[in-house]
Design a binder for this molecule. Structure first.
Ligand code: ATP
Length: 776
């Protein structure tokens, strides 16, 4: 540890004594945030302190509540739910005298910077504290409670906020720490409820958290294909909501659906701001539709349990960014809040975020609901529109005029990935709401070439699809050229497809490229085509995210937590975990980051022998440092293709032999559980978003490609034409469509089945830093 600490301060940064606190409601991932803050601070040569029990600990002060934390204090915190340093709601801190005590306690402990992980209330408190700091510290000097030296040393306080809240209610950030774990708990519960509802043909009204924000209800509604949702941002009058809801539910029942799920946010209201309770909804379903209806209030189970992979990642990266922000802070810098925009960790002005958040509540109180919605991030608005289009749409009256309705097809290609079924479900329901006819091509391109495997999708048949893993319409790895391009063109003609969505990984990428290049010879392929990336390897050029990789990471995180526990129980044991990922180190790197493994080995970097030797040394030191009853398991993550020579077994044997009896190593190979069972809520909701964007892409580009031929029917190659065959991807902070031609020629290494640019190098560095790995 000494070898790495303090090495990386830049010339304008100075060593700080940084305290971290969790405040407000607890949220899964807070521990990961604290771990990252403590270890980054130490790595940077700073001292790290934990303030226990939120602001209440700060007001009380002393060694019981303000404790210096070392590297080992936060070991294994990634896997733990809640917050280990405690949280509280503290009235005293809202009073000036409370903040004066807090100021004195911080100075006594030698702290000059504070990171608060909490909701808008906690961050408001932090900013107020900072704004008042000069006045507080002058008062302490005046009362001679501190010395002039202390005054000079602690004159300026820097603070930074990270947002821990399961409600995802903070403006200017796409996600708050804990929200996706809470969503996972909700979806798990609703999936279970759906099974019993199906058995008895019952209706269930499920209440979820969200006092001022409908994010959890909305996302759960999409991820579980709920029939109706109630959120504070979009109320209607009682007569409106009851008749509209009953109309939709009745239509779903008439089409043969056996279940009804209605999700109600805790803060749901009607247009007159009267609360809508689950019992109100139940009464309407019973009285108007005669449905056997039950109410389930999920309650605190939504806060419980370990954080999902995404929250561990978010909390960790934000923890690192928070320490960086503190170190960059000057007396003049406005307090920052660490946010995420799509996939990018960014700094936002804290008070602006708090002000915007409060203005949503104000807009609702003023009954300005359009404003309340507009103040939520754009993704929220998009998800809400999507929910309405998929679940509350009237398919008898589609939104497009008959002349614009098309025949669109979807095909899954390559290995199964979590979210493939969700994409098919969302594609089909959205097409129906628009008036298009959705087709599924079963069993990939070879299925089509050999067996004419095209079926139109029926609404009732796809019920339940959203929440299942694998690929119900089948999938295989055969590319169109291998299967028979001519036969595929024949069937495209036979069904008069007007557009195609491919869902898959690198094979789908190759397939799209082949179809696009074959347009000159086969007019059937002169239709818009788009690839929705879906592969746990996340190796598709043009996107930093693929469906299935989140589900895979979650299964690996669960697996590694269990393995680590077993290793800890045996003491002195480490596991070499072999994970999938093809030629791409994304999964191994993120597994290291989210499980706290000592090291990871990727296909891109291989297993350099000196590094492996160093890692064994790190393991030796780390096991040596285990004192008395303190016990912990250690993991090394090896991507299956990191090395042909060094198998996981060989690595474990070398480690055991080098350890000379002080500890031993075993292998653990999770295998195909990584392809996931039930898709994660992230994969389900992103699948919906991507599928709908993909259909919109087909609609928008139909005319362009149709006009790319001359009067003799010869195809005219042009940038406009190639822009009608694209990969949909998330890049940096945007959803983008990039031409397959460009990506194939410039961004892919087709021999290696991977992208040229690796975007997670810095993630690897952070994972190494936080695990205490010495990189040679
Ligand atoms: P959640 O989103 O879970 O409710 P929160 O951070 O918004 O989290 P609050 O109860 O609003 O939760 O705030 C937590 C604590 O922050 C309060 O108990 C109080 O100690 C402090 N706090 C909140 N608002 C202020 C304020 N205006 N001034 C000083 N301190 C405040």
């Amino acid at each position: 540890l000494n070898a790495i600490s303090g090495a990386t301060l830049n010339p304008v940064q100075r060593r700080r004594n940084i305290a971290v606190m969790t405040s407000g409601g607890d949220a899964p991932g807070m521990n990961a945030n604290v771990r990252a803050i403590v270890r980054t601070a130490i790595f940077k040569g700073c001292r790290a302190f934990g303030i226990y029990e939120g602001y209440s600990g700060l007001v009380k002060g002393g060694p019981e509540y303000i404790r210096e934390m070392n590297w080992h204090t936060v070991r294994d915190w990634l896997a733990e739910g809640g917050t280990n340093i405690g949280t509280a709601r503290c009235m005293e801190f809202k009073e000036k005298w409370g903040r004066l005590r807090a100021c004195k306690n911080m100075i006594d402990a030698g702290i000059d910077a504070l990171i608060v992980c909490g909701g808008d209330g906690s961050l408001t408190g932090a900013d107020r504290f900072r704004g008042e700091w000069p006045e507080l510290i002058s008062e302490l000097l005046h009362k001679q409670e501190i010395t002039q030296d202390q005054y000079d040393r602690y004159k300026h306080l820097n603070i930074c906020g990270t947002v821990g809240s399961i409600d995802n209610d903070m403006a200017t950030t796409d996600a708050t720490i804990g929200a996706y774990s809470s969503l996972a708990r909700i979806c798990e519960a609703v999936d279970y409820i759906n099974a019993t509802a199906n058995s008895h043909q019952r209706a269930f009204v499920v209440e979820v958290m969200g006092r001022h924000c409908g994010w959890l209800a909305l996302m759960a509604g999409i991820a579980t294909a709920a029939d109706w949702i109630f959120i504070p941002e979009k109320p209607s009058s009682r007569s409106e909501w009851s008749s509209h809801m009953c109309e939709i539910v009745a239509k779903h029942r008439a089409r043969g659906k056996r279940t009804t799920i209605v999700i109600v946010a805790e803060g749901a209201i009607d247009a007159s701001l009267n609360p809508i309770t689950p019992d109100d909804v139940k009464d309407v379903l019973v009285d108007k539709l005669g449905l056997d209806t039950r109410v389930t209030t999920l309650g605190h189970v939504q806060r419980g349990g370990p954080a999902v992979a995404y929250d561990r990642e978010l909390a960790t990266l934000q923890g690192v960014a928070a320490v960086e922000a503190i170190l960059d802070g000057t007396p003049e810098t406005p307090s920052p809040m660490i946010a995420i925009a799509e996939n990018k960790i960014v700094r936002r002005p804290l008070m602006e975020a708090v002000k915007l958040t409060k203005s949503v509540a104000q807009a609702i109180a003023d009954k300005d609901f359009a404003k309340a919605i507009s103040l939520r991030d754009t993704e929220f608005t998009e998800h809400l529109r999507n929910f309405m289009a998929m679940n509350s749409a009237d398919f008898d009256e589609p939104s497009l005029p008959a002349s614009q309705r098309k025949r669109f097809a979807i095909i899954n290609v390559g290995a199964p990935a979590g979210g493939m079924n969700s994409a098919v479900y969302s594609f089909a329901t959205y097409c129906m709401s628009r008036g298009h006819v959705p087709y599924a091509i079963h069993n990939g391109f070879s299925g089509l070439a050999r067996h004419d495997s095209v079926r139109s999708l029926n609404w009732l048949d796809i019920q339940g699809l959203l929440t299942t893993g694998g690929s119900e319409i089948g999938t295989n790895r055969t590319t169109p050229e291998e299967a028979d391009l001519g036969m595929i063109a024949y069937y495209f003609d036979k069904y008069s497809f007007d557009g195609l969505i491919l869902v898959g990984g690198f094979e789908a990428f190759t397939a799209l490229s082949q179809l696009e290049r074959a347009r000159a010879h086969y007019p059937a392929f002169r239709i818009p085509m788009v690839l929705v990336p879906a592969t746990l390897s996340n190796n598709v050029p043009g996107t930093q995210y693929s469906l299935g990789s989140d589900t895979c990471l979650n299964s690996l995180v669960d697996y590694c937590d269990a393995i680590k526990q077993s290793a800890a129980a045996t003491r002195k044991r480490c596991f070499v975990v072999e994970c999938m990922g093809g030629n791409c180190g994304y999964i191994s790197t993120y597994t290291q980051l989210t499980t706290g493994a000592v090291a990871s080995y990727s296909p891109e970097d291989g297993i350099p022998i000196e590094q492996f030797e160093q890692d064994i040394d790190t393991l030796k030191t780390s096991f040596n440092n285990d004192k008395g009853k303190e016990k912990s398991g250690r993991l090394l993550i090896k991507s299956a293709r990191a090395s042909d020579v060094m198998s996981a077994k060989v690595m474990a044997q070398i480690i055991t032999s080098e350890a000379h009896g002080r500890f031993d190593a075993r292998t653990a190979v999770p295998g195909h559980i990584q392809q996931g069972g039930v898709p994660s809520p992230i994969d389900r909701t992103r699948a919906a978003r991507f599928a709908i964007r993909a259909v919109t892409f087909l609609e928008d580009h139909y005319d362009e490609i149709a006009s790319s031929q001359d009067q003799l029917g010869e195809f005219i190659e042009s940038p406009t034409a190639s822009n009608t065959a694209c990969v949909l991807g998330i890049q940096s902070s945007h959803v983008k469509f990039e031409s397959i031609r460009k990506l194939y020629d410039y961004e892919s290494e087709s021999g290696k089945r991977s992208r040229k640019r690796i975007f997670w190098k810095d993630i690897h560095e952070i994972a190494d830093m936080l695990s205490g790995r010495v990189v040679v």
